[in-house]
Design a protein around this ligand. Structure first.
Ligand SMILES: NC(=O)c1ccc[n+]([C@@H]2O[C@H](COP(=O)([O-])OP(=O)(O)OC[C@H]3O[C@@H](n4cnc5c(N)ncnc54)[C@H](O)[C@@H]3O)[C@@H](O)[C@H]2O)c1
Length: 451
């Protein structure tokens, strides 16, 4: 039997009168595209589509962001100003905060936030609002793609019915697909323009049209048989990371208690050329994806009667890491007949990962909050984060400092939380008497102690 190529796998659908027309408009780049949400996901996508030759409207309710983009500047670190500027001047890209400007578009791509509510349940309000804006401006032969990370079933059960309120019918005169975004802010090798993209429609037309759209700027687009498969693939990728990070964080704690260097263990295990892939411990998980996405899967699984034990366990281990880090520091100080209260701690790096300017959901904030709770004096150094956001609604008192002779003289101890490439580690190691390295940058030697 010959291998099956994913074709969309949907039951045969009647030919749709509008699909060839839209396919032609995608082919000749005359299709007008609206991207809803101009954040880390939406802005790079809008820029790639505009560079591929489409006329792109970016819609975002944040007026400030809209003005910035229309003045040729980029609010997203990975998107250079000159790219935005050239596209705005060439009238290929414009931003708007007015829903009325969504009129007359052939393709809508939704890239809005999907956070969790206070009880860690999916917060679907952003997708709901965006879907209603789109529904108001649908006309026969429109393609709508959801890129926001969400639970399996969202596109079929939540988005499509909202869009069909317009009177259009999915796969007949309206094409709908899910295509997860895998962008990794700060990654210098992979970006929106070269990460393979998964697409899954609510029917074969949705899949095929979405595939055609992304192939205008991407080498590899991988169609799957349904929107649900695409939604689940994204959750699987990020849950896989969260679970493995949870495991390696636990391993790090075990290694420390046994006097073994966990980074050396990981390096050694990584020499196995098959069946192993390294994950690294740290002060916890951050960002908008890894801490959140597994909860979308867990929520949907619970509705199905499943308990998601791996997810719960990883969440438990990962979320206790900031406390563990502060406990470890207390232990180190105790060994030196010192207390945490009054100790001057220099926190190195507060962004949620290296070389990005985003500190939201960063475990470094939880570490600082915990240090302050025990009476430590904290300063932080981070070239990308001028001001600390709140940690779970609480203001932090730590002030920002530069790495300088003055801050070195001030600090009793440093904690390496986010290893930005811009830090001069050699100088840190030379000047600060005690360093707790939660990221394995300096490895344990002399005045450096690991997690
Ligand atoms: N940031 C990442 O690294 C990343 C990677 C992959 C997937 N994702 C997923 O992509 C989605 C977007 O994430 P992000 O990081 O770009 O978020 P973001 O917060 O950077 O940007 C979202 C933007 O949407 C805007 N917005 C809110 N409501 C809107 C509405 N009704 N209509 C139009 N715009 C609206 C916000 O003002 C904001 O500018 C989320 O589901 C996220 O999980 C994020």
């Amino acid at each position: 039997m010959s291998a099956q190529i994913p074709t969309g796998g949907h039951p045969a659908h009647p030919p749709s009168p509008h699909a060839p027309h839209l396919a032609q408009k995608l082919q000749d780049r005359s299709a007008r595209i609206a991207v809803l949400g101009l954040g880390y996901v939406g802005l790079p996508l809008a820029v790639h589509l505009a560079r591929a030759g489409f006329s792109v409207t970016g819609f975002d309710p944040q007026e400030q962001k809209v003005s910035l983009i229309n003045s040729g500047r980029s609010p997203v670190q990975d998107v250079p100003d000159d790219q935005v500027n050239a596209l705005v001047l060439g009238e290929k890209l414009r931003a708007t905060a007015s829903p009325a400007a969504l009129q007359g578009h052939d393709v809508f791509i939704i890239c809005v936030p999907t956070p969790l509510d206070a009880s860690k349940q999916p917060e679907m309000g952003y997708i709901h609002t965006a879907a209603l804006h789109v529904a108001d401006h649908l006309r026969p032969g429109t393609l709508v793609i959801l890129e926001s990370t969400t639970y399996p079933g969202t596109t079929d059960e939540f988005l499509l019915p909202l869009l069909e309120k317009s009177g259009l019918k999915g796969e007949h005169d309206l094409y709908v697909a899910f295509s997860p975004e895998r962008v990794d802010p700060g990654n210098r090798t992979f970006n929106t323009g070269n990460i393979p993209k998964i697409v899954g429609g609510t029917g074969p037309h949705g899949t095929a049209l979405a595939q055609q759209l992304y192939e205008t700027f991407l080498e590899r687009v991988f169609p799957v048989s349904s929107a649900r498969v695409a939604e689940m693939a994204k959750l699987h990728e990020n849950t896989f990371r969260a679970v493995n990070i949870g495991y390696v964080n636990e391993l790090a704690m075990i290694c420390t208690s046994l006097g073994i260097n966990v980074w050396e263990v990981i390096d050694a295990a990584s020499t196995k050329p098959f069946g192993f892939m390294p994950f690294y411990p740290g002060p916890g998980i951050g960002g908008h994806c890894i801490p959140l996405d597994p909860h979308y899967l867990a929520w949907r699984a619970r509705k199905q009667g499943f308990s998601t034990r791996f997810i719960e366990l990883a969440d438990q281990v990962n979320s206790q890491m900031p406390r563990y880090v502060v406990g470890r520091l207390m232990q180190l100080l105790n060994d030196r007949h010192k207390s945490i209260r009054g100790t001057r701690v220099l926190a190195l790096g507060v962004a949620y990962k290296p070389d990005v300017d985003d500190a939201r959901e960063s475990p470094a904030l939880d570490v600082i909050a915990e240090l302050e709770r025990f009476g430590a004096q904290v300063q932080y150094a981070d070239p990308y984060v001028p001001q600390l956001p709140q940690a779970h609604g609480h203001d932090l008192h730590a002030t920002r400092t530069e790495l300088s002779a003055e801050s070195y003289a001030w600090a009793d101890v440093a904690i390496i939380l986010t290893p930005h490439a811009a830090f001069d580690w050699e100088s840190v190691q030379r000047h600060i008497p005690l360093i707790l390295d939660t990221r394995g940058v300096l490895r344990a030697s002399g005045n450096v102690v690991t997690l």
